[in-house]
Design a protein around this ligand. Sequence first.
Ligand SMILES: Nc1nc2c(ncn2[C@@H]2O[C@H](COP(=O)(O)OP(=O)(O)OP(=O)(O)O)[C@@H](O)[C@H]2O)c(=O)[nH]1
Ligand SMILES: [Zn+2]
Length: 234
Amino acid sequence: QSPHNKNQHHIIAANLDQSLLFATLKNPKTSQGFIDRFLIASEAYHVPAIIIFNKSDLYGKKEMAKFEELKSIYGSIGYPIQAMSVSENTGVKEVKDLLKDKVTLLSGHSGVGKSSFINIVFPELILKTQDVSGWSGKGLHTTTFAEMFDLPFGGKIIDTPGLREFALMDISKQELSHFYPEMRALISECQFNNCMHLNEPDCAVKSGVNDGSVSIDRYVSYCNILDSIEEKSW
Ligand SMILES: Nc1nc2c(ncn2[C@@H]2O[C@H](COP(=O)(O)OP(=O)(O)OP(=O)(O)O)[C@@H](O)[C@H]2O)c(=O)[nH]1
Ligand SMILES: [Zn+2]
């Protein structure tokens, strides 16, 4: 990542009121690691984050149960979560209300319905949408630019092709847990002030996992991302 690029990210981030991630639980399924990386980037830039699960029309019992579980995990950390279906126009008004009079960065992996959403809140701008097809269930990348648009009802959106444009910067293994708010709240109680919450004795984060104040899924994602940071520096 070039320094020029990085400065641009800081300039964009400094002007944001919030970031909004489009995710889905089906066709294609967004991984929790993807969601957490987005949240870490938002925390690193001090931008409040919102998660919207689109394509709720496709969710069966299993996906609805998963949605409720995620809503409880992320909601208790302080991240608002909502379900939406652009196809059936449910939950769309609620998302529009979140955008009103705010500067919002929109993000999401390909095929999640971001262009479809922008097309209905901002019909003047017709973005190309593409069918989700092929064995992977992921759409081809059709959104290839980042631009700021004025919303007709007040506010602005910045559309990015996803995390490629709003990526994790150089976060060290040591500081990763600072970007998990529920862990950050416990860190000062770890015995070691450089605790990475793995095998250290008297770790408040691991106690939090045991007593349920830190979700196991979030802790697993923390460990995975910690691993990926190590690989990168080799
Ligand atoms: N079932 C269902 N399909 C949807 C919904 N929203 C969008 N889609 C479909 O999902 C596919 C991908 O939508 P896009 O709007 O192109 O997705 P995108 O996130 O903009 O993807 P890129 O343009 O590749 O970045 C299209 O076939 C849409 O018609 C929804 O709420 N429900
Ligand atoms: Zn610890």
